[in-house]
Ligand binder design. Structure first.
Ligand code: FAD
Length: 418
């Protein structure tokens, strides 16, 4: 390894997405000295452009939502909600196999339990963190509305709602005038909707990340813009090798590098099946539609979110790895559908975006120690839920660093579970 920066750091975090930022805040609040490294800026990647949902009630793994049954139909449509880029299929096969295994009844039950426990921690942790950071006002508390085009689609969703009811999540199925009042201006094709009053969104996910980081810097956290090309562990700590050849020594290292994390974990002999579910959206000016709350079009794999900075329309899953160029026809396809579903939507002046969800095959994040060293911790793989679970992850990692028993069982999130 090349040149070395003089001092040994106490804690280094690789990744300034929402997960790395939340961990940095939690550790700084408890008096730790933290350095965050990112090759981009603060909250510039996937965490900047997501749909902004604090989806605390979203406890069902992706492999459960009847998705496997829908996949063949979706795959026929190259711009549909779920696509596999053909040139990536071979590389993806082992992950797809694990994804399929995660959908079996026993595995699903364990996942829902673990996700439920993490979400029960996530809500108070996120809201508490935002309160302490002085940004509690950035949470919108007007719930969500999931929409169905047929009785068949509603009926197919009922078992999932039943599982949520058992987990204590409140919701109400709406029809007719109640549905119309819940969101005026919807096309008549929607015969029913499910209103989840406890669902929350944020005013803008990137602004939340940046404001949380401001709070972290007030508590002493530091930032270095640099690329980590390798990591290594030793008895006394860990080393981060930067792309410019310099080394950073640290007592504890946390890898929170989103969809790229497994590349660093590989340096420590951890083979973690992390894939990316690439997602797309378009953000329109705020005036584009009078939106009362987040709308969820599950059958089409996208949501429409009222942000302070615009109306964001998007979602979809594209399995295509980290290197293939974006296909923004996907953003356009969702916008065209949104116009069909909300005829008054003004689709002009949109800004297109793609992000890389860091996804494990069982939809649970990876939170825990590296296989060969207690000086390296992993915090990644939050898939569709990184914003929602960021503060809870910060809390769990902080407890582990401080030698405290984590507030929920962390075995289901073990990096060695695969
Ligand atoms: C379309 C879409 C909609 C979504 N909607 C929601 C939602 O409504 N609610 C929700 O909770 N979640 C949502 N998500 C998921 C959420 O955005 C992600 O789970 C979350 O952003 C992941 O955060 P992260 O910090 O782990 O990763 P990232 O935000 O990707 O951050 C990782 C950082 O690590 C840096 N990095 C990586 N490798 C290196 C390296 N070697 N050296 C230096 N830096 C490195 C990257 O530059 C990046 O900044 C959505 C995702 C998408 C794509």
């Amino acid at each position: 390894m090349g040149g070395q920066r003089s001092d040994t750091r106490e804690i280094v975090i690789i990744g300034a997405g929402i997960v790395g930022i939340a961990i940095a805040v939690c550790l700084s609040e408890r008096g730790h000295k933290v350095l965050v490294i990112d090759r981009q800026g603060i909250c510039e990647g996937t965490s900047s452009g997501n749909a902004g949902a604090l989806a605390f009630s979203d406890i069902l793994p992706i492999a459960s939502k009847g998705i496997l049954a829908k996949v063949p139909g979706w795959l026929v449509d190259p711009l549909g909600p779920f696509t596999i880029r053909p040139s990536y299929l071979l590389k993806l096969t082992p992950w797809l196999y694990r994804f399929w295994r995660a959908s079996r009844a026993e595995a699903l039950k364990r996942t829902v339990q673990a996700q439920g426990a993490l979400m029960r921690l996530a809500e108070p942790e996120m809201l508490g963190l935002m309160e302490r950071a002085g940004i509690r006002g950035m949470v919108r508390e007007d719930g969500s509305l999931e929409l169905y085009e047929s009785e068949e689609e509603l009926n197919a969703a009922l078992p999932g709602w039943d599982a949520r009811r058992k987990a204590g999540i409140a919701f109400e199925h709406l029809r007719g005038e109640e549905l119309a009042a819940s969101q005026p201006g919807l096309a008549s094709r929607f015969i029913a909707g499910t209103f989840v009053p406890g669902w929350k969104t944020v005013s803008d996910p990137q602004q939340v990340g940046k404001r949380l980081w401001d709070y972290a810097t007030r508590l002493g956290a530091e930032f270095l813009q640099a690329e980590a090309s390798a990591v290594a562990a030793s008895e006394r700590g860990a080393t981060v090798q930067l792309a410019d050849g310099e080394n950073i020594e640290t007592a504890k290292l946390i890898v929170a590098a989103g969809a790229w994390s497994h590349l660093l974990a590989k340096c420590l002999d951890d083979a973690i099946p992390l894939e990316t579910e690439r997602g797309y959206n378009t953000t329109l000016p705020v005036e584009a539609f009078e939106l009362k709350r987040q709308l969820i079009f599950s059958g089409h794999g996208f949501v429409v979110t009222p942000l302070q900075t615009g109306i964001r329309i998007g979602g979809a899953v594209e399995l295509g790895g980290l290197d293939l160029p974006p296909n923004y026809k996907r953003s356009e396809a969702m916008l065209t559908k949104a116009k069909m579903f909300m005829p008054d939507l003004d689709t002009s002046d949109g800004r297109q975006w793609m992000g890389y969800r860091p996804s494990s095959p069982d939809s649970l994040p990876v939170i825990g120690y590296a296989r060969t060293s207690k000086n390296v911790l992993y915090a990644f793989g939050h898939g569709h839920l990184g914003l929602t679970q960021s503060a809870a992850t910060g809390r769990l990692i902080t407890d582990m660093i401080n030698g405290k028993n984590p507030s929920i069982p962390i075995e289901p999130f073990s990096p060695q579970r695969f």
